[in-house]
Design a protein around this ligand. Structure first.
Ligand SMILES: *Cc1c(COP(=O)(O)O)cnc(C)c1O
Length: 334
């Protein structure tokens, strides 16, 4: 079976780099949503906790349940708001506050400019009053940047808006509220970090999606994807491979089928622009649901060890390449 290796040393290297930016491991919240960006939820949670990370972020309560024992706090970004010991829940709208269970821990998400979700700036006071009225426990106030990874000043005006929100929250008499706005790109861009927490996802997994390097931080990919050989055959010149016969052997050649396909979350791509695997070989013809064909006889091949590199070939971003990988693929720590 195809398998994924998780490089613990690289993961810890990345977390160390981020801790140097935040000044403390205690300020890192590891984002583990969507099966830890395809790396494996429980496995990455365990490694992060062993490193000393105390806070996690997920999307759903069901994800939180499987990892909460490992952390002091778990923030659930998008699920029903209930009273729970360790979990806090992002509040995305005034409606969320009305529907929340009394006593639940909530983190108010403020829309400082991304306009995806969160409370509008002019509704913050209403939201804070409603939180009091509904007897919810406000433990955090957060925002999300829409273009921390693009070189513009937008990040900074969003940050200014967020600074005003911080004032408003403090003036409303709330105490012990943690403030957080930074994702990976923001923490890589800012020279000085002065918030309570950074919500770091892609950076921890080894990718810097900034268009140019802002500082010397080097991150190392954590995930590598491997496939195993199923069978080998000799093609005569002119014989075709796979669906549609898109690849035509230009000479006699020995090829093998490997057990990875789009059914595993690997991108099908375009056989007209064949993907070059980590070992430099081109995928021959179309990617099938469960198979690819390569000119190789090796028992195992490394298909990808740098999702950013792969993303470039597929015209997408590292996030999509790793997150798409099926949770059924075996993951091993190396
Ligand atoms: C996914 C997510 C993050 C992490 O973003 P990265 O770019 O992967 O660091 C942070 N905050 C929120 C609200 C998110 O949804």
């Amino acid at each position: 079976m195809a398998f994924i290796t998780i490089n613990k040393k690289n993961f810890y290297h990345n977390l160390n780099q981020i801790a140097l930016k935040t000044g403390s491991v205690d300020k890192i919240a590891i984002v583990l949503k969507d099966n830890a960006y395809g790396h494996g939820l429980e496995l990455m949670a365990k490694l992060a906790s062993e490193f000393g990370i105390k806070h996690a972020v997920v999307r759903k309560s069901i994800e939180a349940e499987s990892i909460e024992a490992l952390f002091e706090t778990v923030l659930v970004l998008g699920d029903k708001i209930v009273k729970e010991d360790k979990c806090s829940f992002a509040v995305n709208s005034l409606e969320d506050i009305k529907l929340a269970e009394k006593g639940a821990k909530v983190e108010l998400k403020v829309d400082t400019g991304m306009h995806r979700n969160g409370i509008a700036l002019d509704e913050v006071d209403v939201a804070l009053a409603l939180i009091k009225e509904q007897a919810l426990n406000l433990v955090g106030v957060m925002t999300h940047f829409r273009s921390a990874d693009e070189l513009s000043s937008e990040l900074f005006w969003q940050q200014k808006n967020f600074d005003k929100v911080k004032e408003q929250v403090r003036e409303s008499g709330f105490e012990n509220v943690r403030f957080h706005s930074h994702n990976s790109a923001a923490i890589l861009r800012y020279k000085h970090f002065d918030e309570d927490l950074v919500r770091v996802g892609i950076g921890a997994y080894g990718y810097n999606e900034l268009p140019i390097p802002f500082d010397e931080v080097t991150l190392k990919p954590v995930l590598a994807l491997h496939a195993k050989k199923i069978s080998t055959r000799v093609l005569q010149k002119g014989e075709r491979v796979g669906y549609g016969g898109d690849f035509i052997a230009p000479k006699e050649m020995t090829v093998s089928t490997y057990d990875l396909g789009y059914g595993d979350g690997w991108c099908r791509g375009n056989s007209g622009q064949p993907y070059s695997i980590a070992e430099g070989l081109l995928i021959l013809g179309r990617v099938s649901m469960d198979f690819i064909v390569l000119e190789s006889t090796k028992d195992e091949v490394c298909v990808m060890n740098d999702a950013k590199e792969a993303a470039k070939q597929f015209g997408t971003i590292s996030y999509e390449v790793t997150t798409a990988l099926s949770s059924d693929i075996e993951r091993k720590i190396i």
